[in-house]
Design a protein around this ligand. Structure first.
Ligand SMILES: Cc1cc2nc3c(=O)[nH]c(=O)nc-3n(C[C@H](O)[C@H](O)[C@H](O)COP(=O)(O)OP(=O)(O)OC[C@H]3O[C@@H](n4cnc5c(N)ncnc54)[C@H](O)[C@@H]3O)c2cc1C
Length: 472
């Protein structure tokens, strides 16, 4: 009997289009392993919403593997230590895994590889989380990209990816016994209190991801280019948590989009290209994180290091709870708390409000999102917060300060989104819905504005301009 191969699942919780699984299944009788590692990432261990998703996704993966009579072994601890234990206990001849791009991942993967090879275990790392490895896309000067548009042009120039691989047809489980933790004992889902009841619309797992992609293409893609900025209309794919956990690969998404575009003979070209370019924003965030691993913790532009952020826990709490008195901001933060998701346009408005109206450090918002977003992703989250802050690589200019009233009126024109999440405002006429302080009488139960936007904007511009002048 040949020695087993270990497949270490990470953010690739799928059977289809998974090169690591494919090759591991060919290499020998298979041991499938997931390691809950709260040690190596330090402060970036999975947040609460992510843990909820992970629990459900592991249940789904376990069920899919059970069709091949293959258990998913669950272990907890520092991944390098756990993997060394599993390799030793199983006598495996090879280890297979998909590459990760978190700041600590490269060093972790190297430690694992060195330790495995020292024990004569072949260690194989595969791509799959991205369309393009961060080293593969370089400027003409052989540098990493810092600006999205040329980066995306370079990605498009590479051409479409290879066809996605189907799930393995056969998996032979290893016959040896390997201890597994019980998923319930990891207590990933909240209990007392259970704040996850609003997550019910999500279907974590490979099957849910596939259905989500199909329904997006069938029902929403045609209007994506125009509708994607409207939080009141469900015109985006909501694939982000599925992509984050690798329940679907970007290659599968890209290929499905290209097929739909081809079948529509040009009618879907504009929205399709727009969607593909959003997938490239995801690639760009990872590209930045890989080349600048400090991105989640440190301003990309050094001149922001000394920015005079305000310490204002009361205002931060009001923002987190959706009690700022600005309806579009509050609706977004309440949507986030309830459903684990916030529409992209509203993420930008809410982030701009925290950073520029309240002058609170973007890292406080980044942390809140990390804990509450189901799609919390170290690369996308950090790159997006820095983009809004103006401190990032390809950032919004410092003087772009979203006006939450005008943004609300433009992107939620009938007020459906705000009425859904701020029911106190339900009966207000549209004319004042996004500026309730102009209503002739006080609105019962809805908070007063915590800052006046015009004054806050002036304050922010002053602080940001002085930053520019310092020329640091
Ligand atoms: C302050 C802030 C924080 C954010 N934090 C995260 C995060 O933690 N995780 C996350 O996945 N996205 C994050 N985003 C990006 C974006 O808001 C979400 O990816 C998007 O809203 C997900 O919804 P969707 O799947 O319906 O998007 P769609 O519009 O359907 O886009 C398809 C896919 O493209 C990718 N994508 C779309 N927009 C972006 C973007 N601006 N940057 C990077 N990738 C993008 C996502 O993988 C998304 O699933 C953040 C944006 C902001 C402004």
């Amino acid at each position: 009997m040949s020695k087993p191969a270990v497949m270490w699942f990470r953010q690739d919780l799928r059977l289809a289009d998974n090169a690591a699984l494919h090759r591991a299944a060919e290499a020998g009788p298979l041991i499938c392993l997931y390691v809950l590692d709260d040690v190596t990432p330090g402060v970036w261990a999975w947040g609460g919403a992510s843990r909820w998703w992970l629990h459900k996704s592991l249940v789904q993966l376990t069920e899919r593997l059970a069709r091949f009579k293959t258990p998913l072994i669950l272990r907890r601890g520092a991944a390098d230590k756990v993997i060394a234990d599993v390799l030793r206990e199983s006598g495996a001849a090879s280890l297979h895994f998909t590459r990760d791009y978190a700041p600590w991942a490269g060093a972790l993967e190297k430690r694992i590889k060195d330790a495995a090879e020292a024990e004569n275990v072949a260690c194989h790392r595969y791509g799959g989380f991205l369309l393009h490895e961060p080293e593969a896309i370089r400027t003409g000067q052989n540098e990493p990209y810092k600006v999205f548009t040329p980066f995306s042009r370079a990605c498009f120039a590479v051409g479409d990816p290879r066809a996605p691989r189907p799930a393995p047809r056969n998996i032979t489980p290893s016959s040896g016994h390997i201890h597994s933790d019980r998923l319930e004992d990891w207590r990933l889902s909240p209990r007392h209190p259970d704040w996850s009841t609003g997550f019910a619309d999500w279907s974590p797992g490979e099957e849910g991801a596939r259905r989500r992609l199909e329904s997006f293409i069938a029902d929403a893609l045609a209007d994506y280019a125009d509708g994607r900025d409207r939080p009141d209309l469900e015109r985006t794919s909501r694939l982000s948590p599925h992509l984050h956990w690798g329940e679907i690969s970007p290659v599968q998404c890209w290929t499905a989009l290209r097929s739909a575009m081809a079948a529509a003979h040009g009618r879907l070209d504009r929205p399709g290209e727009k969607f593909l370019s959003e997938l490239l924003w995801r690639e760009f965030s990872c590209h930045l994180l890989h080349h600048w691993p400090d991105l989640p913790d440190k301003a990309f532009q050094a001149k922001f290091d000394d920015f005079p952020w305000r310490h204002d826990p009361k205002a931060l709490t009001a923002w987190q709870r959706g009690e700022t008195g600005y309806p579009i901001v509050d609706a977004g933060l309440r949507e986030l708390w309830t459903t684990g998701y916030m529409h992209n346009r509203v993420r930008m408005i809410a982030a701009s409000f925290l950073i520029k109206d309240l002058l609170i450090d973007w890292r406080a918002g980044e942390k809140w999102f990390w804990d509450t977003l189901l799609d919390a992703d170290i690369a996308n989250n950090a790159a997006s917060w820095q983009w809004v802050a103006g401190s990032g690589a390809d950032a919004a200019p410092y003087f772009r300060i979203f006006n939450p009233v005008l943004q609300g009126e433009k992107f939620d024109p009938q007020g459906d989104y705000v009425r859904k999440w701020c029911p106190e405002l339900r009966d207000l006429p549209n004319a004042v819905l996004h500026r309730p302080w102009e209503h002739e009488t006080d609105v019962k139960g809805y908070p007063a504005r915590i800052v006046d936007h015009a004054a806050a904007r002036d304050r922010a511009l002053l602080a940001l301009k002085s930053l520019g002048r310092s020329g640091a």
